[in-house]
Design a protein around this ligand. Structure first.
Ligand code: ADP
Length: 288
């Protein structure tokens, strides 16, 4: 398998690549990760079962879309495919680890610049992708309320009904037009899964985002997700607000947008995420 991957890197980069060193990298939640090196060039590789090829292809196309926007640093995808029963994605290896206030401020500015990239086809994306390893549907839809109701929350509720019961589900879905009334977001290029594990700073101080679940949606979904597991450093929000201020009502919409991720965590991991999702529904229903 490693020989095939090295050959694909050679083909994609038009530059002979021989693996001299292969190092396992921890930290990934879903895939096995490695750094490949020929002593000069380094690549970051993720492996999974061959059936997950589509997940890597979607990740590669998402990384490419963000990289092509020239707004925020992501690892450039190099090649992806299957070899010996495994699916793989190869991307630039980025040396990480030099967090500073300035870097997080710039992360906010760069993310805001990415959110200024607007689709002329509405909300959605060129293809479906995954959130964690749950399918994420991205048909092109003109109207954000419909997109978010049908292809984000209803989809996760349908999966969740197999493991738990959410009596507020119908009321909550029916309340979305009212919760989003007066809010008319543009279809921004979003990362889609921007928790703290997917944002980092390179050794040279450049902020970088990783592992996207890209689509065009309300930019607030990314800001909301940064707050799900503890929040980013304050400088990040200062940089974002200075560049592209958030609109009134974000604090309530944030709960609506994070419900998607909490339901997804319930679907992936079960446990206390079910009661967390339930109490988020209750809170939201008190606002209508
Ligand atoms: P998974 O899809 O399995 O969750 P991630 O894409 O989140 O894996 O990567 C796991 C970890 O590997 C990240 O938290 C980060 O520390 C590191 N990492 C990810 N991408 C790169 C890269 N291109 N270069 C260097 N390190 C990376």
């Amino acid at each position: 398998m490693w020989n095939s991957i090295a050959q694909e890197i050679t083909r994609a980069t038009k530059n002979p690549f021989d693996i001299q060193d292969r190092r396992s990298i921890g930290g990934g939640s879903i895939n096995q990760a490695y750094r490949l090196s020929d002593g000069d060039r380094n690549y970051f590789v993720k492996l999974n079962r061959a059936a997950q090829y589509g997940m890597f292809e979607a990740e590669a196309l998402g990384l490419k879309e963000i990289a092509d926007s020239n707004t925020i640093r992501v690892p450039r995808p190099i090649c992806w495919g299957t070899a010996n029963g495994s699916a793989y994605i190869v991307m630039e290896y980025l040396p990480l680890g030099n967090s500073s206030r300035q870097a997080w401020y710039q992360m906010g500015q760069d993310l805001a610049a990415m959110h200024r990239v607007i689709s002329d086809r509405g909300f959605g994306w060129q293809r479906d992708n995954t959130i964690g390893d749950t399918p994420q549907k991205n048909p092109w839809i003109e109207d954000w309320v419909t997109f978010y109701t049908e292809y984000r929350l209803r989809y996760q509720f349908q999966l969740a009904n197999r493991r738990g019961h959410f009596p507020q589900q119908d009321a909550l879905l029916a309340a979305i037009p009212s919760l989003l009334s007066g809010h008319d977001p543009e279809p921004s290029l979003v990362h889609g899964d921007l928790w703290s594990g997917n944002a980092s700073v390179m050794a040279d101080g450049t902020p970088v985002i990783l592992d996207p679940a890209t689509y065009y949606g309300d930019r607030e979904v990314d800001l909301a997700m940064t707050e799900v597991f503890g929040g980013f450093p304050n400088a990040f929000y200062e940089g974002y607000q200075a560049t592209y201020p958030l609109e009134d009502g974000y604090e309530i919409r944030k709960i609506l947008y994070n419900l998607y991720h909490i339901l997804n965590h319930f679907n992936l991991f079960g446990g206390g995420y079910g009661s967390q999702a339930s109490s988020m529904c209750d809170r939201l229903l008190r606002y209508i």
